[in-house]
Design a protein around this ligand. Structure first.
Ligand code: ADP
Ligand code: MG
Length: 373
């Protein structure tokens, strides 16, 4: 698929902007702080309902405005669709498809698909487990948009279970009557059922993406691998099917029950898991060099691209300011690998940062204006 028109209102630094786009490569070039990333961030938002830079929507709304609108005309084969999201921080967001009546924001997932490369990706390798969980969950949602519902169910169950545990912990600390814990049993079941579904998808994704990541790393840094992705569940065990994962979670919750009531928080489940990224025999985190960590992050994104492309609908590739971070060799390799993409959106501070194989349309971005050059 590709985006044929992007239109923003009160998004980030843009009061209004209209950007017609073609398939192939488009580069947005301009000095820092001019609004290049803001454009591609909006495209990424349509694909994930989140920003790759910030955790909440508030910074995405132009200072002084109370809502932002992202609108994109999308072509997939012969089909044209118009998707529209209205961001209302503090209230619920709104969405429309083809100017029809309102749908839930998550109903637009799957229309725009992106694989986004950005300087922030280094955190995939060097950052907290939450970064890797987000990587996995965004990718399972891109593969299967209905997983957005499973993810939000999990968040809801977790929140309610934590509330219950917190009051149990408080009651215990203040020597009050101990709580009736049968309600907790019910929430264990909910958590394990939804958690098992999420886990099954994560495990399937990791098995599928592992050889792709290894291949991509070899292409970027020949002889530097192999890379291996090793899931580290908070509920120990080897289960793979949903039923077995359910049992595994239930057993781990039973085991952790006493400690959970002491601490007032859920200690077991997909929200506590990590993905161990190994390079050769060592974990990349803490051991890999800066350059190796970069290649690893890029390999994970390239693997995501290969996966989504192989499974049908080709995503838009977004390369936000990544070429400036790379040495010439990896820059050229990455450029060659992404150049054939159906649509590639690149941002760069100067023309020279855009590799020659990525010749295509150019826009100059300056003080909130976006002009074809
Ligand atoms: N919510 C907002 N309201 C107004 N301006 C914003 C908002 N968020 C970011 N900006 C401005 O956008 C600019 C950064 O744009 P960005 O796209 O990141 O730049 P770059 O061209 O370097 O990629 C900054 O000048 C920042 O002040
Ligand atoms: Mg930028």
């Amino acid at each position: 698929m590709h985006v044929t028109h992007l239109s923003l209102a009160d998004f980030r630094s843009y009061a209004r902007v209209e950007v017609p786009l073609d398939a192939g490569v488009t580069a947005f070039v301009g000095p820092n702080g001019q609004g290049k990333t803001n454009l591609v961030e909006a495209v990424g938002y349509l694909a994930t309902l989140g920003s790759h830079r910030v955790a909440s929507d508030a910074p995405l709304v132009r200072m002084g405005a109370d809502r932002a609108v992202i609108r994109a005309q999308v072509r997939q084969g012969d089909r044209q669709q118009l998707v529209e999201l209205e961001l209302n921080p503090g209230k619920s967001n709104r969405a429309r498809i083809n100017r029809s009546s309102q749908v839930r924001p998550r109903d637009v997932l799957g229309i725009v698909r992106t694989v986004l490369f950005a300087p922030e990706d280094l955190a995939l390798v060097k950052g907290d487990p939450g970064e890797r969980r987000r990587f996995l969950d965004e990718l399972i949602t891109a593969r299967s948009p209905r997983m957005a519902g499973v993810r939000s169910d999990y968040e809801r169950v977790l929140k309610q279970r934590n509330t219950l545990l917190k009051s149990a912990a408080l009651a215990r600390r203040h020597g009050g009557r101990s709580m009736d814990l049968s309600t907790l049993d019910v929430w264990d079941q909910h958590l394990a059922r939804v958690g098992a579904e999420l886990l099954a998808q994560r495990l399937d994704l990791i098995a599928t993406i592992q050889p792709l990541a290894d291949k991509a790393y070899e292409q970027l840094a020949p002889g530097g691998g192999p890379v291996a992705l090793d899931y580290k569940p908070s509920a120990p065990g080897e289960a793979h099917t949903r039923e077995d994962l359910f049992e595994q979670l239930m057993a781990a919750l039973a085991e952790a029950r006493k400690q959970e009531i002491e601490r007032g928080v859920t200690l077991v489940g997909p929200h506590r898991d990590d993905l161990l990224l190994k390079l050769g025999q060592l974990p990349a985190k803490g051991y890999a060099s800066h350059g190796e960590s970069w290649s690893y992050a890029l390999a994970l994104r390239l693997a995501s691209y290969d996966l989504l492309r192989a499974e049908g609908n080709e995503p838009v590739l977004v390369l936000d300011d990544v070429f400036a971070e790379l040495d010439t060799r990896r820059r050229e390799r990455l450029a060659e690998l992404v150049a054939p993409g159906e649509q590639v959106l690149v941002t760069a501070a100067v023309d020279d940062d855009v590799p020659h194989v990525l010749a295509g349309a150019r826009y100059a971005v300056s003080e909130g204006t976006v002009e074809r050059v």
